[in-house]
Write a protein that binds this ligand. Structure first.
Ligand code: C2O
Length: 501
């Protein structure tokens, strides 16, 4: 890589920190030019798995100190703990393709505020690896007024919250998410406005929403004020870690749609001094190369094979992140749709759709780009996010006891919303999710359970988190639609080499 290249990256780093172009130039001069900045980039702080840090690791102390310092600021300071959470209430995009980059920026500036207030410039936000550690780490559970990591509103006062389920964060779920090639599914669907809602992809609708629901219930962490709970920042550190792995370790491209990358998040975040930040998706795309790193392979200890890719050429990686790739998702045929339907929350399956169509029969070809997708739309937003929904294909007898490895299992989703979110534009539209049933359909064809008549049915089970009695008895669903679609996305640039040692 040339010096010019590196210098350009250095300036981009400053821009990503919210500096204007002139300010970036000036700072380059005062900081001793490119060299010292390049040094900073090379040694950018590493985000680590909380559970792998020792009890007295300085990262833990620093995080505690940062939370305490933010809470101690004058309430009018934009870096105050509550003000930070209000940014989320006012602006967070959910149910659309800006979900990932917006939360990336949010974390990035929060991390810088932590550095500023603790004076520790090497601090990097730790993350909660919920795939490997299903329960909240002990430090977050000590119910005392002096514990800055505790939140008494979690899951309506239940401490500790139930552990995360295999259906939400287990190896099978995470492997499928990481293997997705199309950003328009991986990163939730395309919309025009920051807070418009369309179909949530599997990362947002399942692990992301389920962790909020399991731990937060109807407390802080289950609402858009969820950043009031100190676990929020570690949860999103993990969501970001999954996106990072998808790009940087597995070589999947984000979309190159200019409508996505040109989106600006101006005057939403504040920097370490409390000044408003101007930034965009395009700038944030480079953050993993400029502003932070992650420790290695948090999944390979938990049943997800992963190779060591980390030798990939930096320039190749930069191009992947800068340019993205052409992602398309085209509906080829609507196979069938349900009428509005209702689901009892409990143990039993409800059949919501039954179709008979040659297009899904065992004789129809299902090429590598073909997808069988379920779109569930107009989902009534539950008053409490304390249950999730499992989706099965051709299993009328599905029950709460049916395992995550059952061949009929297609996926799960949960809810996360807040009726009080309005400032940065009201949240438009009801919740909708996309469940990719392609693999389930392939398996069932192999097992001879989908025949030449193309008969296919869909069953849903709404399961309370942690087996508790739900506070809401029914879920209304506007429509369940089965469609055949064609996904076009760049092949991954590099593939895991197989199980890590
Ligand atoms: Cu915008 Cu997990 O929240």
């Amino acid at each position: 890589m040339t010096v010019i290249d590196e210098g350009r990256r250095a300036v981009l780093a400053l821009l990503a920190k919210g500096a204007t172009a002139t300010a970036a130039g000036a700072a380059l001069a005062t900081l001793g030019g490119c060299e010292s900045l390049l040094e900073q980039i090379r040694n950018r702080p590493m985000r680590r798995d909380w559970a792998r840090l020792g009890a007295s690791d300085p990262v833990k102390d620093c995080y505690r100190a940062a939370v305490a310092a933010m809470k101690a600021l004058p309430a009018s300071d934009p870096r105050h703990w509550t003000k930070q959470a209000t940014i989320h209430l006012d602006w967070c995009p959910h149910g659309n393709w800006w979900f990932l980059p917006w939360h990336r920026g949010y974390l990035l500036y929060f991390e810088q505020i932590c550095r500023e207030l603790t004076g520790d410039n090497t601090f990097a936000l730790p993350y909660w690896n919920w795939t490997c550690q299903r329960s909240l780490q002990p430090e977050f559970l000590v119910a005392s007024a002096s514990n800055t990591l505790f939140d008494a509103t979690r899951n309506s006062g239940v401490n500790p919250p139930p552990p995360m389920s295999d259906f939400n964060v287990g190896p099978a779920v995470m492997s499928a998410i990481l293997a997705e090639t199309n950003f328009l599914i991986f990163g939730s669907g395309k919309v025009l406005g920051q807070r418009d809602r369309t179909t949530q992809g599997p990362l947002e609708s399942n692990p992301h929403n389920s962790v909020h629901g399991t731990v937060g219930g109807s407390g802080n962490f289950g609402s858009f004020m969820s950043p009031l709970d100190p676990i929020f920042w570690l949860h999103h550190g993990m969501v970001e870690r999954v996106w990072w792995e998808w790009n940087v370790v597995r070589g999947h491209a984000n979309t190159n749609d200019p409508a996505w990358a040109n989106m600006r998040f101006d005057n939403q975040f504040v920097d370490r001094s409390g000044a408003p930040v101007q930034t965009s998706v395009g700038l944030l795309n480079l953050a993993p190369l400029l502003s932070y790193r992650y420790d290695t392979s948090p999944f390979d200890r938990c049943g997800i094979p992963l190779g060591d890719r980390l030798e990939v050429d930096k320039a190749v990686l930069r191009r992947l992140l800068e340019e993205g790739g052409r992602a398309e998702l085209e509906t080829v045929r609507r196979v069938g749709a349900s009428r509005p339907t209702e689901l009892a929350v409990g143990d039993r399956a409800t059949e919501v759709l039954r179709v008979r169509d040659p297009a899904v029969s065992a004789n129809a070809t299902l090429g590598p780009d073909d997808r069988v997708l379920l779109r569930l739309t107009e989902l009534e937003q539950p008053a409490t996010g304390d249950f999730f929904v499992r989706v099965f294909v051709n299993l009328p007898g599905a029950s709460a006891a049916t395992g995550v490895d059952d061949p009929h299992y297609a996926g799960s989703f949960a809810f996360f919303n807040d009726p009080n979110a309005h400032h940065g534009g009201h949240v438009h539209g009801n919740a909708a999710v996309m469940v990719d049933a392609t693999e389930a359909v392939r398996r069932l064809r192999r097992l001879g359970e989908i025949g030449a008549d193309g008969e296919l049915s869909v069953q849903l089970i709404a399961t309370p988190f942690g087996g508790r009695p739900p506070r809401q008895a029914r879920l209304a669903i506007g429509q369940v639609e089965l469609q055949l679609a064609r996904s076009r996305a760049p092949a991954p640039l590099f593939m895991p080499k197989g199980p890590a040692q």
